[in-house]
Design a protein around this ligand. Structure first.
Ligand code: HC1
Ligand code: SF4
Length: 581
Protein backbone atom coordinates (compact mmCIF):
# COMPACT_ATOMS: atom_id res chain seq x y z
CA UNK A 1 0.00 0.00 0.00
CA UNK A 2 0.93 3.62 -0.53
CA UNK A 3 0.93 6.05 2.38
CA UNK A 4 -0.06 9.64 1.91
CA UNK A 5 -1.11 12.49 4.13
CA UNK A 6 -4.10 14.57 3.09
CA UNK A 7 -5.04 17.64 5.11
CA UNK A 8 -2.90 16.30 7.96
CA UNK A 9 -4.56 12.87 8.01
CA UNK A 10 -2.75 9.68 7.12
CA UNK A 11 -4.26 7.24 4.62
CA UNK A 12 -3.13 4.06 2.88
CA UNK A 13 -4.32 3.26 -0.66
CA UNK A 14 -3.49 0.47 -3.09
CA UNK A 15 -1.03 1.07 -5.93
CA UNK A 16 -2.71 2.64 -8.94
CA UNK A 17 -4.94 4.87 -6.79
CA UNK A 18 -5.24 8.60 -7.29
CA UNK A 19 -5.10 11.40 -4.74
CA UNK A 20 -8.89 11.66 -5.13
CA UNK A 21 -9.26 7.98 -4.14
CA UNK A 22 -7.23 8.69 -1.00
CA UNK A 23 -9.35 11.70 -0.11
CA UNK A 24 -12.55 9.69 -0.60
CA UNK A 25 -11.24 7.02 1.72
CA UNK A 26 -10.72 9.69 4.38
CA UNK A 27 -14.17 11.15 3.79
CA UNK A 28 -12.67 14.40 2.48
CA UNK A 29 -14.80 15.84 -0.33
CA UNK A 30 -12.89 17.29 -3.24
CA UNK A 31 -15.38 18.72 -5.76
CA UNK A 32 -15.20 17.23 -9.25
CA UNK A 33 -16.98 17.87 -12.51
CA UNK A 34 -15.55 15.91 -15.41
CA UNK A 35 -14.54 12.95 -13.29
CA UNK A 36 -16.78 9.88 -13.14
CA UNK A 37 -15.95 6.41 -11.90
CA UNK A 38 -18.76 3.92 -12.22
CA UNK A 39 -17.20 1.07 -10.25
CA UNK A 40 -17.36 -2.45 -11.76
CA UNK A 41 -17.85 -1.04 -15.25
CA UNK A 42 -15.35 0.35 -17.70
CA UNK A 43 -16.74 3.83 -17.12
CA UNK A 44 -13.81 5.72 -15.66
CA UNK A 45 -13.51 9.25 -17.00
CA UNK A 46 -10.09 10.57 -16.20
CA UNK A 47 -9.73 13.31 -18.76
CA UNK A 48 -8.88 15.85 -16.03
CA UNK A 49 -10.21 18.49 -18.38
CA UNK A 50 -12.14 20.67 -15.93
CA UNK A 51 -9.44 21.18 -13.27
CA UNK A 52 -12.04 21.72 -10.58
CA UNK A 53 -10.43 19.06 -8.36
CA UNK A 54 -7.01 20.65 -8.08
CA UNK A 55 -5.02 20.25 -4.86
CA UNK A 56 -1.60 21.34 -3.56
CA UNK A 57 1.09 18.69 -3.38
CA UNK A 58 4.04 19.55 -1.16
CA UNK A 59 7.19 20.09 -3.17
CA UNK A 60 5.38 20.75 -6.44
CA UNK A 61 4.95 24.21 -7.88
CA UNK A 62 1.79 23.61 -9.88
CA UNK A 63 -1.52 22.52 -8.50
CA UNK A 64 -2.41 18.94 -9.42
CA UNK A 65 -5.76 17.55 -10.60
CA UNK A 66 -6.50 15.02 -7.88
CA UNK A 67 -8.63 12.77 -10.11
CA UNK A 68 -5.73 11.97 -12.42
CA UNK A 69 -2.66 12.37 -10.22
CA UNK A 70 -1.32 9.03 -8.99
CA UNK A 71 -0.92 8.72 -5.24
CA UNK A 72 2.76 8.28 -4.44
CA UNK A 73 4.32 7.06 -1.23
CA UNK A 74 5.04 9.88 1.20
CA UNK A 75 2.93 12.48 -0.65
CA UNK A 76 1.66 15.36 1.43
CA UNK A 77 -1.49 16.91 0.00
CA UNK A 78 -3.66 19.88 0.94
CA UNK A 79 -7.16 20.18 -0.49
CA UNK A 80 -8.30 23.37 1.21
CA UNK A 81 -5.62 26.09 0.98
CA UNK A 82 -6.61 29.57 -0.16
CA UNK A 83 -4.72 29.00 -3.39
CA UNK A 84 -6.77 25.86 -4.05
CA UNK A 85 -10.07 27.58 -3.24
CA UNK A 86 -9.26 30.56 -5.43
CA UNK A 87 -8.19 28.44 -8.37
CA UNK A 88 -11.30 26.27 -8.08
CA UNK A 89 -13.47 29.37 -8.15
CA UNK A 90 -11.67 30.85 -11.15
CA UNK A 91 -11.87 27.58 -13.06
CA UNK A 92 -15.60 27.33 -12.38
CA UNK A 93 -16.15 30.94 -13.44
CA UNK A 94 -14.28 30.27 -16.66
CA UNK A 95 -16.52 27.30 -17.41
CA UNK A 96 -19.62 29.35 -16.59
CA UNK A 97 -18.45 32.25 -18.76
CA UNK A 98 -18.84 30.05 -21.84
CA UNK A 99 -22.04 28.40 -20.70
CA UNK A 100 -25.59 29.54 -21.48
CA UNK A 101 -27.41 31.06 -18.52
CA UNK A 102 -30.81 29.55 -19.25
CA UNK A 103 -31.00 27.44 -16.11
CA UNK A 104 -34.66 28.43 -15.71
CA UNK A 105 -35.69 26.35 -18.71
CA UNK A 106 -32.86 23.85 -18.89
CA UNK A 107 -33.84 20.16 -18.80
CA UNK A 108 -31.09 19.51 -16.28
CA UNK A 109 -32.08 22.24 -13.85
CA UNK A 110 -32.05 20.78 -10.35
CA UNK A 111 -29.94 17.81 -11.46
CA UNK A 112 -27.06 19.80 -12.98
CA UNK A 113 -23.61 19.13 -11.56
CA UNK A 114 -22.29 22.51 -12.81
CA UNK A 115 -25.18 24.33 -11.12
CA UNK A 116 -24.46 22.41 -7.90
CA UNK A 117 -20.78 23.28 -8.11
CA UNK A 118 -21.44 26.98 -8.67
CA UNK A 119 -23.83 26.94 -5.76
CA UNK A 120 -21.37 25.12 -3.51
CA UNK A 121 -18.59 27.59 -4.32
CA UNK A 122 -20.98 30.47 -3.87
CA UNK A 123 -20.53 32.10 -7.25
CA UNK A 124 -23.01 34.94 -7.51
CA UNK A 125 -21.52 36.86 -10.41
CA UNK A 126 -19.37 35.85 -13.30
CA UNK A 127 -16.62 38.40 -13.52
CA UNK A 128 -15.09 37.02 -16.65
CA UNK A 129 -16.79 38.53 -19.67
CA UNK A 130 -16.05 38.20 -23.32
CA UNK A 131 -17.88 38.06 -26.59
CA UNK A 132 -17.00 34.61 -27.79
CA UNK A 133 -19.29 31.76 -26.92
CA UNK A 134 -19.95 28.65 -28.92
CA UNK A 135 -23.15 28.62 -30.95
CA UNK A 136 -24.47 25.32 -32.18
CA UNK A 137 -27.82 24.28 -33.55
CA UNK A 138 -29.67 21.77 -31.40
CA UNK A 139 -29.67 18.23 -32.75
CA UNK A 140 -33.02 16.49 -32.23
CA UNK A 141 -33.81 12.80 -32.46
CA UNK A 142 -36.91 11.06 -31.13
CA UNK A 143 -34.91 9.94 -28.12
CA UNK A 144 -32.07 12.40 -27.48
CA UNK A 145 -31.50 16.14 -27.82
CA UNK A 146 -27.96 17.46 -28.14
CA UNK A 147 -27.57 21.10 -27.13
CA UNK A 148 -23.88 21.60 -27.70
CA UNK A 149 -23.77 25.20 -26.49
CA UNK A 150 -23.98 23.58 -23.08
CA UNK A 151 -21.14 21.13 -23.63
CA UNK A 152 -18.35 21.69 -21.06
CA UNK A 153 -15.95 19.22 -22.71
CA UNK A 154 -15.86 16.87 -19.75
CA UNK A 155 -15.90 14.10 -22.34
CA UNK A 156 -17.84 11.69 -20.13
CA UNK A 157 -20.20 10.96 -23.05
CA UNK A 158 -17.25 10.23 -25.29
CA UNK A 159 -15.76 7.79 -22.76
CA UNK A 160 -19.16 6.15 -22.35
CA UNK A 161 -19.88 5.84 -26.07
CA UNK A 162 -16.40 4.76 -27.13
CA UNK A 163 -14.93 2.82 -24.23
CA UNK A 164 -17.93 1.35 -22.42
CA UNK A 165 -20.43 0.96 -25.24
CA UNK A 166 -17.75 0.73 -27.95
CA UNK A 167 -20.16 2.29 -30.41
CA UNK A 168 -17.84 5.11 -31.39
CA UNK A 169 -20.44 7.73 -32.32
CA UNK A 170 -18.87 10.62 -30.40
CA UNK A 171 -15.52 12.39 -30.30
CA UNK A 172 -14.08 15.79 -29.47
CA UNK A 173 -14.07 18.25 -32.36
CA UNK A 174 -12.99 21.86 -32.93
CA UNK A 175 -10.90 24.07 -30.68
CA UNK A 176 -11.18 26.83 -28.17
CA UNK A 177 -14.68 28.15 -27.61
CA UNK A 178 -16.05 25.84 -30.30
CA UNK A 179 -14.68 22.65 -28.80
CA UNK A 180 -17.51 20.13 -28.25
CA UNK A 181 -18.12 16.41 -28.34
CA UNK A 182 -19.92 15.48 -31.53
CA UNK A 183 -20.46 12.82 -34.17
CA UNK A 184 -17.92 13.00 -37.00
CA UNK A 185 -18.59 15.79 -39.53
CA UNK A 186 -21.11 17.17 -37.05
CA UNK A 187 -23.73 14.84 -38.47
CA UNK A 188 -27.00 14.57 -36.57
CA UNK A 189 -27.03 11.54 -34.24
CA UNK A 190 -29.70 9.82 -36.32
CA UNK A 191 -27.29 9.66 -39.27
CA UNK A 192 -24.58 7.88 -37.30
CA UNK A 193 -24.04 4.46 -35.72
CA UNK A 194 -25.64 5.77 -32.51
CA UNK A 195 -27.82 3.06 -30.94
CA UNK A 196 -29.92 5.54 -28.89
CA UNK A 197 -28.88 3.67 -25.75
CA UNK A 198 -28.96 6.96 -23.86
CA UNK A 199 -25.91 6.21 -21.75
CA UNK A 200 -24.28 9.47 -22.87
CA UNK A 201 -27.33 11.25 -21.46
CA UNK A 202 -27.03 9.23 -18.24
CA UNK A 203 -23.53 10.58 -17.59
CA UNK A 204 -23.76 14.14 -18.97
CA UNK A 205 -23.28 16.43 -15.95
CA UNK A 206 -25.08 19.36 -17.58
CA UNK A 207 -27.94 19.81 -20.06
CA UNK A 208 -25.87 19.23 -23.19
CA UNK A 209 -27.41 15.79 -23.65
CA UNK A 210 -30.96 15.15 -22.58
CA UNK A 211 -33.99 13.06 -23.45
CA UNK A 212 -36.53 14.31 -25.94
CA UNK A 213 -39.29 14.96 -23.43
CA UNK A 214 -42.72 13.72 -24.54
CA UNK A 215 -44.59 14.55 -21.34
CA UNK A 216 -46.66 17.32 -22.93
CA UNK A 217 -47.86 15.03 -25.69
CA UNK A 218 -49.09 12.68 -22.97
CA UNK A 219 -50.92 15.57 -21.26
CA UNK A 220 -52.52 16.52 -24.59
CA UNK A 221 -53.71 12.95 -25.15
CA UNK A 222 -55.13 12.77 -21.62
CA UNK A 223 -56.96 16.06 -22.16
CA UNK A 224 -58.59 14.79 -25.35
CA UNK A 225 -62.06 13.37 -24.50
CA UNK A 226 -62.16 11.40 -27.74
CA UNK A 227 -59.20 9.22 -26.81
CA UNK A 228 -58.90 6.24 -24.51
CA UNK A 229 -55.44 6.50 -23.02
CA UNK A 230 -53.77 3.49 -21.45
CA UNK A 231 -50.31 3.17 -19.97
CA UNK A 232 -47.81 0.33 -19.54
CA UNK A 233 -44.96 0.53 -17.05
CA UNK A 234 -41.63 -1.23 -17.58
CA UNK A 235 -40.22 -3.55 -14.92
CA UNK A 236 -37.27 -1.30 -13.96
CA UNK A 237 -39.33 1.85 -13.30
CA UNK A 238 -40.91 0.64 -10.04
CA UNK A 239 -37.55 0.22 -8.26
CA UNK A 240 -36.12 3.63 -9.27
CA UNK A 241 -39.00 6.13 -9.46
CA UNK A 242 -38.90 6.59 -5.67
CA UNK A 243 -35.41 8.10 -5.91
CA UNK A 244 -36.91 11.16 -7.59
CA UNK A 245 -38.97 11.66 -4.43
CA UNK A 246 -36.09 11.21 -1.99
CA UNK A 247 -36.47 7.49 -1.34
CA UNK A 248 -33.50 5.17 -0.99
CA UNK A 249 -32.45 3.52 -4.26
CA UNK A 250 -34.18 0.18 -4.59
CA UNK A 251 -37.32 1.27 -2.75
CA UNK A 252 -40.21 -0.62 -4.31
CA UNK A 253 -43.13 1.72 -4.96
CA UNK A 254 -45.18 -0.26 -7.46
CA UNK A 255 -48.55 0.20 -5.73
CA UNK A 256 -48.17 3.96 -5.21
CA UNK A 257 -46.95 4.38 -8.77
CA UNK A 258 -50.09 2.66 -10.07
CA UNK A 259 -52.30 4.91 -7.91
CA UNK A 260 -50.44 7.99 -9.18
CA UNK A 261 -50.99 6.94 -12.81
CA UNK A 262 -54.71 6.44 -12.14
CA UNK A 263 -54.95 9.85 -10.50
CA UNK A 264 -53.15 11.41 -13.47
CA UNK A 265 -56.04 10.14 -15.54
CA UNK A 266 -55.00 7.10 -17.51
CA UNK A 267 -58.05 5.00 -18.34
CA UNK A 268 -56.22 1.77 -17.57
CA UNK A 269 -52.87 1.19 -15.92
CA UNK A 270 -51.17 -1.90 -17.31
CA UNK A 271 -47.86 -3.62 -16.86
CA UNK A 272 -45.08 -4.27 -19.37
CA UNK A 273 -44.36 -7.33 -17.19
CA UNK A 274 -47.49 -8.92 -18.72
CA UNK A 275 -45.92 -8.53 -22.14
CA UNK A 276 -42.59 -9.77 -20.80
CA UNK A 277 -44.37 -13.02 -19.89
CA UNK A 278 -45.80 -13.09 -23.39
CA UNK A 279 -42.32 -12.53 -24.82
CA UNK A 280 -41.09 -15.55 -22.89
CA UNK A 281 -43.83 -17.72 -24.39
CA UNK A 282 -42.70 -16.72 -27.88
CA UNK A 283 -38.96 -16.53 -27.32
CA UNK A 284 -38.85 -19.68 -25.17
CA UNK A 285 -40.74 -21.60 -27.86
CA UNK A 286 -38.37 -20.25 -30.48
CA UNK A 287 -35.35 -21.32 -28.39
CA UNK A 288 -36.72 -24.84 -27.93
CA UNK A 289 -37.58 -25.01 -31.64
CA UNK A 290 -34.06 -24.09 -32.69
CA UNK A 291 -32.53 -26.45 -30.11
CA UNK A 292 -34.73 -29.30 -31.31
CA UNK A 293 -33.57 -28.81 -34.88
CA UNK A 294 -29.96 -28.62 -33.72
CA UNK A 295 -30.24 -31.81 -31.66
CA UNK A 296 -31.88 -33.56 -34.60
CA UNK A 297 -28.67 -32.95 -36.51
CA UNK A 298 -29.89 -30.13 -38.75
CA UNK A 299 -27.07 -27.93 -40.07
CA UNK A 300 -26.95 -24.12 -39.97
CA UNK A 301 -29.47 -23.72 -37.16
CA UNK A 302 -29.22 -20.07 -36.03
CA UNK A 303 -27.65 -20.60 -32.62
CA UNK A 304 -26.94 -19.17 -30.16
CA UNK A 305 -30.27 -17.40 -30.05
CA UNK A 306 -29.88 -13.80 -28.89
CA UNK A 307 -32.48 -11.96 -26.84
CA UNK A 308 -34.02 -9.09 -28.72
CA UNK A 309 -35.92 -6.99 -26.19
CA UNK A 310 -33.33 -4.23 -25.86
CA UNK A 311 -33.72 -1.78 -28.77
CA UNK A 312 -30.24 -0.28 -28.46
CA UNK A 313 -28.82 -3.77 -28.64
CA UNK A 314 -30.91 -4.50 -31.74
CA UNK A 315 -29.58 -1.30 -33.34
CA UNK A 316 -26.06 -2.34 -32.44
CA UNK A 317 -26.41 -5.78 -34.04
CA UNK A 318 -27.96 -4.25 -37.13
CA UNK A 319 -25.12 -1.79 -37.64
CA UNK A 320 -22.11 -3.67 -36.33
CA UNK A 321 -22.88 -7.36 -36.83
CA UNK A 322 -25.03 -7.52 -39.98
CA UNK A 323 -23.54 -10.93 -40.78
CA UNK A 324 -25.19 -12.32 -37.60
CA UNK A 325 -28.60 -10.78 -38.22
CA UNK A 326 -30.38 -14.15 -38.43
CA UNK A 327 -29.53 -15.21 -34.86
CA UNK A 328 -31.44 -12.76 -32.65
CA UNK A 329 -34.86 -14.00 -31.61
CA UNK A 330 -37.51 -12.65 -33.96
CA UNK A 331 -39.73 -11.88 -30.94
CA UNK A 332 -40.61 -8.21 -30.57
CA UNK A 333 -39.70 -6.55 -27.30
CA UNK A 334 -42.26 -6.58 -24.48
CA UNK A 335 -42.94 -2.89 -25.09
CA UNK A 336 -43.85 -3.57 -28.71
CA UNK A 337 -45.73 -6.80 -27.96
CA UNK A 338 -47.79 -4.83 -25.49
CA UNK A 339 -48.58 -2.19 -28.10
CA UNK A 340 -49.49 -4.75 -30.74
CA UNK A 341 -51.77 -6.67 -28.36
CA UNK A 342 -53.32 -3.48 -26.97
CA UNK A 343 -54.20 -2.16 -30.40
CA UNK A 344 -55.76 -5.44 -31.56
CA UNK A 345 -56.98 -7.78 -28.81
CA UNK A 346 -57.66 -5.07 -26.23
CA UNK A 347 -59.11 -2.53 -28.70
CA UNK A 348 -61.50 -5.35 -29.74
CA UNK A 349 -62.48 -5.90 -26.10
CA UNK A 350 -63.22 -2.17 -25.79
CA UNK A 351 -64.89 -2.19 -29.22
CA UNK A 352 -62.94 0.86 -30.31
CA UNK A 353 -60.86 1.66 -33.33
CA UNK A 354 -57.11 1.43 -32.75
CA UNK A 355 -56.80 5.05 -33.78
CA UNK A 356 -58.86 6.11 -30.77
CA UNK A 357 -56.66 4.21 -28.37
CA UNK A 358 -53.47 5.92 -27.22
CA UNK A 359 -50.80 3.63 -25.80
CA UNK A 360 -48.28 5.34 -23.53
CA UNK A 361 -45.18 3.63 -22.13
CA UNK A 362 -43.18 4.57 -19.07
CA UNK A 363 -39.69 3.25 -19.66
CA UNK A 364 -36.30 3.44 -17.96
CA UNK A 365 -34.82 3.72 -21.42
CA UNK A 366 -34.40 6.37 -24.11
CA UNK A 367 -33.98 3.87 -26.96
CA UNK A 368 -37.59 2.80 -26.31
CA UNK A 369 -38.67 6.17 -27.73
CA UNK A 370 -36.73 5.32 -30.87
CA UNK A 371 -38.09 1.75 -30.94
CA UNK A 372 -41.71 2.90 -30.73
CA UNK A 373 -41.03 5.17 -33.69
CA UNK A 374 -39.70 2.43 -35.99
CA UNK A 375 -41.88 2.15 -39.06
CA UNK A 376 -42.39 -1.62 -38.77
CA UNK A 377 -44.20 -1.14 -35.46
CA UNK A 378 -47.19 0.66 -36.91
CA UNK A 379 -50.31 -0.17 -38.89
CA UNK A 380 -51.34 2.27 -41.63
CA UNK A 381 -49.26 4.96 -39.97
CA UNK A 382 -50.80 4.38 -36.54
CA UNK A 383 -48.05 3.30 -34.13
CA UNK A 384 -48.54 0.36 -31.75
CA UNK A 385 -46.99 2.48 -29.00
CA UNK A 386 -47.86 6.15 -29.39
CA UNK A 387 -45.79 7.86 -26.73
CA UNK A 388 -42.88 6.90 -24.50
CA UNK A 389 -41.84 8.79 -21.41
CA UNK A 390 -38.92 7.99 -19.14
CA UNK A 391 -38.90 7.35 -15.39
CA UNK A 392 -37.63 10.92 -14.92
CA UNK A 393 -40.40 12.33 -17.09
CA UNK A 394 -43.03 10.43 -15.11
CA UNK A 395 -41.61 11.83 -11.87
CA UNK A 396 -41.92 15.37 -13.24
CA UNK A 397 -45.48 14.70 -14.36
CA UNK A 398 -46.40 13.40 -10.90
CA UNK A 399 -44.96 16.59 -9.41
CA UNK A 400 -46.79 18.80 -11.89
CA UNK A 401 -50.19 17.39 -11.05
CA UNK A 402 -49.44 17.94 -7.39
CA UNK A 403 -49.52 14.35 -6.25
CA UNK A 404 -47.70 13.58 -3.02
CA UNK A 405 -46.60 10.05 -3.77
CA UNK A 406 -45.91 9.26 -0.11
CA UNK A 407 -49.53 9.97 0.79
CA UNK A 408 -50.94 7.50 -1.72
CA UNK A 409 -52.46 4.12 -0.97
CA UNK A 410 -51.33 1.16 -3.06
CA UNK A 411 -53.37 0.03 -6.07
CA UNK A 412 -53.19 -3.01 -8.32
CA UNK A 413 -52.54 -2.93 -12.04
CA UNK A 414 -55.67 -3.33 -14.15
CA UNK A 415 -56.71 -6.55 -15.86
CA UNK A 416 -56.08 -8.22 -18.24
CA UNK A 417 -52.86 -6.56 -19.48
CA UNK A 418 -51.62 -5.84 -15.99
CA UNK A 419 -51.40 -9.44 -14.80
CA UNK A 420 -47.82 -10.65 -14.47
CA UNK A 421 -45.38 -13.03 -12.81
CA UNK A 422 -41.99 -12.84 -11.17
CA UNK A 423 -40.46 -13.90 -14.47
CA UNK A 424 -41.77 -10.72 -16.06
CA UNK A 425 -40.27 -8.38 -13.50
CA UNK A 426 -36.74 -9.78 -13.59
CA UNK A 427 -36.49 -8.61 -17.21
CA UNK A 428 -35.43 -5.33 -15.63
CA UNK A 429 -32.05 -6.66 -14.48
CA UNK A 430 -29.13 -8.07 -16.44
CA UNK A 431 -29.56 -11.85 -16.61
CA UNK A 432 -33.28 -11.67 -15.92
CA UNK A 433 -34.58 -12.20 -19.44
CA UNK A 434 -32.66 -15.40 -19.94
CA UNK A 435 -33.55 -16.63 -16.44
CA UNK A 436 -37.22 -16.03 -17.16
CA UNK A 437 -36.90 -17.86 -20.50
CA UNK A 438 -35.18 -20.84 -18.87
CA UNK A 439 -37.85 -21.16 -16.16
CA UNK A 440 -40.42 -21.73 -18.87
CA UNK A 441 -38.27 -23.58 -21.42
CA UNK A 442 -37.20 -26.06 -18.73
CA UNK A 443 -40.73 -27.01 -17.73
CA UNK A 444 -41.93 -27.20 -21.33
CA UNK A 445 -38.96 -29.31 -22.38
CA UNK A 446 -38.48 -31.55 -19.34
CA UNK A 447 -42.21 -31.71 -18.55
CA UNK A 448 -41.46 -31.64 -14.83
CA UNK A 449 -41.51 -28.74 -12.36
CA UNK A 450 -38.22 -26.94 -11.94
CA UNK A 451 -36.36 -28.30 -8.91
CA UNK A 452 -35.10 -24.77 -8.10
CA UNK A 453 -36.66 -21.67 -9.57
CA UNK A 454 -33.77 -19.26 -8.91
CA UNK A 455 -30.98 -19.60 -11.44
CA UNK A 456 -28.44 -17.85 -9.24
CA UNK A 457 -25.58 -18.71 -11.56
CA UNK A 458 -27.02 -16.26 -14.10
CA UNK A 459 -27.17 -13.30 -11.74
CA UNK A 460 -24.54 -10.72 -10.86
CA UNK A 461 -22.85 -7.60 -12.13
CA UNK A 462 -19.86 -8.96 -14.09
CA UNK A 463 -19.96 -7.50 -17.59
CA UNK A 464 -19.80 -10.90 -19.30
CA UNK A 465 -21.03 -14.02 -17.57
CA UNK A 466 -21.31 -17.63 -18.67
CA UNK A 467 -23.14 -20.50 -17.01
CA UNK A 468 -24.13 -24.06 -17.74
CA UNK A 469 -27.73 -24.98 -17.09
CA UNK A 470 -28.81 -28.61 -16.82
CA UNK A 471 -32.10 -29.44 -18.55
CA UNK A 472 -32.44 -32.92 -17.09
CA UNK A 473 -29.33 -34.16 -18.87
CA UNK A 474 -29.26 -31.64 -21.70
CA UNK A 475 -26.51 -29.14 -20.91
CA UNK A 476 -27.19 -25.61 -22.12
CA UNK A 477 -24.47 -23.00 -22.30
CA UNK A 478 -25.79 -19.56 -21.52
CA UNK A 479 -24.00 -16.27 -22.05
CA UNK A 480 -24.94 -12.87 -20.62
CA UNK A 481 -23.55 -9.42 -21.34
CA UNK A 482 -24.56 -5.97 -20.19
CA UNK A 483 -23.03 -2.86 -21.70
CA UNK A 484 -22.57 -2.88 -25.46
CA UNK A 485 -18.77 -3.13 -25.25
CA UNK A 486 -19.14 -6.40 -23.35
CA UNK A 487 -21.72 -7.57 -25.86
CA UNK A 488 -19.33 -6.79 -28.67
CA UNK A 489 -16.69 -9.08 -27.12
CA UNK A 490 -19.22 -11.91 -26.82
CA UNK A 491 -20.54 -11.45 -30.37
CA UNK A 492 -17.03 -11.34 -31.78
CA UNK A 493 -16.54 -14.73 -30.16
CA UNK A 494 -19.67 -16.01 -31.92
CA UNK A 495 -18.48 -14.58 -35.23
CA UNK A 496 -15.22 -16.49 -34.71
CA UNK A 497 -16.92 -19.86 -34.43
CA UNK A 498 -18.60 -19.89 -31.00
CA UNK A 499 -15.79 -21.79 -29.21
CA UNK A 500 -17.73 -21.94 -25.94
CA UNK A 501 -20.75 -23.45 -27.73
CA UNK A 502 -23.28 -20.98 -26.43
CA UNK A 503 -26.90 -21.94 -27.05
CA UNK A 504 -28.47 -18.69 -25.87
CA UNK A 505 -27.19 -15.23 -25.05
CA UNK A 506 -28.87 -12.34 -23.30
CA UNK A 507 -27.68 -8.82 -24.00
CA UNK A 508 -28.78 -5.57 -22.42
CA UNK A 509 -27.16 -2.36 -23.63
CA UNK A 510 -27.01 -0.53 -20.32
CA UNK A 511 -24.83 -1.31 -17.31
CA UNK A 512 -26.97 -3.44 -14.98
CA UNK A 513 -29.67 -3.90 -17.63
CA UNK A 514 -32.78 -1.67 -17.79
CA UNK A 515 -32.36 -0.66 -14.14
CA UNK A 516 -29.34 1.34 -15.35
CA UNK A 517 -31.18 2.79 -18.36
CA UNK A 518 -30.66 6.28 -19.74
CA UNK A 519 -34.11 7.42 -18.60
CA UNK A 520 -33.68 6.47 -14.95
CA UNK A 521 -32.99 8.94 -12.13
CA UNK A 522 -29.38 10.09 -12.46
CA UNK A 523 -26.92 7.92 -10.55
CA UNK A 524 -24.14 10.56 -10.76
CA UNK A 525 -21.54 7.83 -10.96
CA UNK A 526 -22.65 5.79 -7.95
CA UNK A 527 -22.92 2.20 -9.15
CA UNK A 528 -24.20 1.04 -5.76
CA UNK A 529 -27.50 2.68 -6.79
CA UNK A 530 -27.80 0.30 -9.74
CA UNK A 531 -27.04 -2.68 -7.51
CA UNK A 532 -29.72 -1.68 -5.01
CA UNK A 533 -32.27 -1.48 -7.83
CA UNK A 534 -31.15 -4.96 -8.90
CA UNK A 535 -31.70 -6.39 -5.43
CA UNK A 536 -35.17 -4.83 -5.41
CA UNK A 537 -36.06 -6.46 -8.74
CA UNK A 538 -35.19 -9.92 -7.41
CA UNK A 539 -37.05 -9.14 -4.19
CA UNK A 540 -40.26 -8.38 -6.12
CA UNK A 541 -39.85 -11.66 -8.00
CA UNK A 542 -39.33 -13.57 -4.76
CA UNK A 543 -42.50 -12.09 -3.29
CA UNK A 544 -44.71 -12.91 -6.30
CA UNK A 545 -47.15 -15.80 -5.92
CA UNK A 546 -46.52 -16.88 -9.52
CA UNK A 547 -42.99 -16.76 -10.90
CA UNK A 548 -43.12 -18.50 -14.28
CA UNK A 549 -44.44 -16.92 -17.46
CA UNK A 550 -46.36 -20.00 -18.65
CA UNK A 551 -48.42 -19.81 -15.45
CA UNK A 552 -49.65 -16.28 -16.23
CA UNK A 553 -53.43 -16.80 -16.51
CA UNK A 554 -54.04 -13.63 -18.52
CA UNK A 555 -51.38 -14.62 -21.03
CA UNK A 556 -52.92 -18.08 -21.32
CA UNK A 557 -56.32 -16.50 -21.88
CA UNK A 558 -54.85 -14.34 -24.64
CA UNK A 559 -53.62 -17.50 -26.39
CA UNK A 560 -56.92 -19.32 -25.84
CA UNK A 561 -59.14 -16.54 -27.07
CA UNK A 562 -57.04 -14.83 -29.66
CA UNK A 563 -53.58 -16.04 -30.63
CA UNK A 564 -53.88 -19.84 -30.55
CA UNK A 565 -50.44 -21.30 -29.79
CA UNK A 566 -47.08 -19.59 -29.28
CA UNK A 567 -45.48 -19.05 -32.72
CA UNK A 568 -48.88 -19.54 -34.40
CA UNK A 569 -49.56 -17.66 -37.61
CA UNK A 570 -51.39 -14.93 -35.74
CA UNK A 571 -48.75 -14.76 -33.02
CA UNK A 572 -46.15 -14.42 -35.72
CA UNK A 573 -47.99 -11.57 -37.38
CA UNK A 574 -48.48 -9.64 -34.18
CA UNK A 575 -45.54 -10.51 -31.99
CA UNK A 576 -42.55 -11.09 -34.24
CA UNK A 577 -40.44 -8.81 -36.38
CA UNK A 578 -37.51 -8.85 -38.78
CA UNK A 579 -34.24 -6.94 -38.64
CA UNK A 580 -32.63 -4.76 -41.24
CA UNK A 581 -28.99 -4.78 -42.28
FE1 HC1 B 1 -36.68 -3.06 -20.18
FE2 HC1 B 1 -38.07 -4.79 -21.41
S1 HC1 B 1 -36.85 -5.23 -19.55
S2 HC1 B 1 -36.24 -3.74 -22.33
O1 HC1 B 1 -34.96 -3.19 -19.84
O2 HC1 B 1 -37.63 -6.44 -22.22
O3 HC1 B 1 -36.83 -0.32 -21.14
O4 HC1 B 1 -37.54 -2.26 -17.44
O5 HC1 B 1 -39.59 -2.56 -20.44
O6 HC1 B 1 -39.73 -3.90 -23.73
O7 HC1 B 1 -40.41 -5.99 -19.99
C1 HC1 B 1 -36.72 -1.32 -20.69
C2 HC1 B 1 -37.15 -2.51 -18.42
C3 HC1 B 1 -38.61 -3.14 -20.57
C4 HC1 B 1 -39.15 -4.29 -22.83
C5 HC1 B 1 -39.59 -5.55 -20.56
FE1 SF4 C 1 -23.29 6.67 -28.00
FE2 SF4 C 1 -25.45 5.57 -26.76
FE3 SF4 C 1 -25.08 8.21 -26.75
FE4 SF4 C 1 -25.70 7.03 -29.05
S1 SF4 C 1 -26.99 7.15 -27.22
S2 SF4 C 1 -24.15 8.59 -28.76
S3 SF4 C 1 -24.63 5.06 -28.80
S4 SF4 C 1 -23.74 6.64 -25.78
Amino acid sequence: DIRLVIDGKEVFVPKGSTILDGAKKLGITIPTLCHLDLHDTKMVNQTASCRVCVVEVEGRGNLAPSCATPALDGMVVRTNTMRVLETRKTVTELILSDHPKDCLTCSQSGDCELQDLAEMIGIREINITGKEMSTYKKDYSTSIIRDMDKCIMCRRCETMCNEVQEVGALSGINRGFNAVVSPAFELPLTETVCTHCGQCVAVCPVGALSENDHTWKVVEALANPEKTVIVQVAPAVRVALGEEFGHEPGTIITGKMVTALKQIGFDQVFDTDFAADLTIMEEGTELLGRLGRFLAGEKDVPLPILTSCCPAWVNFVESQFPDLIDIPSSAKSPQQMFGAVAKSYYADILKIDRKDLVVVSVMPCLAKKYEADRAEFSVDGNPDVDLVISTRELAHLIEQVNIDIDELEDSEFDKPLGVSTGAGVIFGSTGGVIEAALRTAYEVHVKKPLPKIDFEQLRGFDGVRAAEVDFDGLKLNIGIAHGLGNAKALLTEIRNGNPRNFHAIEVMACPGGCIGGGGQPYHHGDSSIIKKRMDAIYQIDKDMPIRKSHENQAVMELYDKYLGEPMSHKAHDLLHTHYSQ
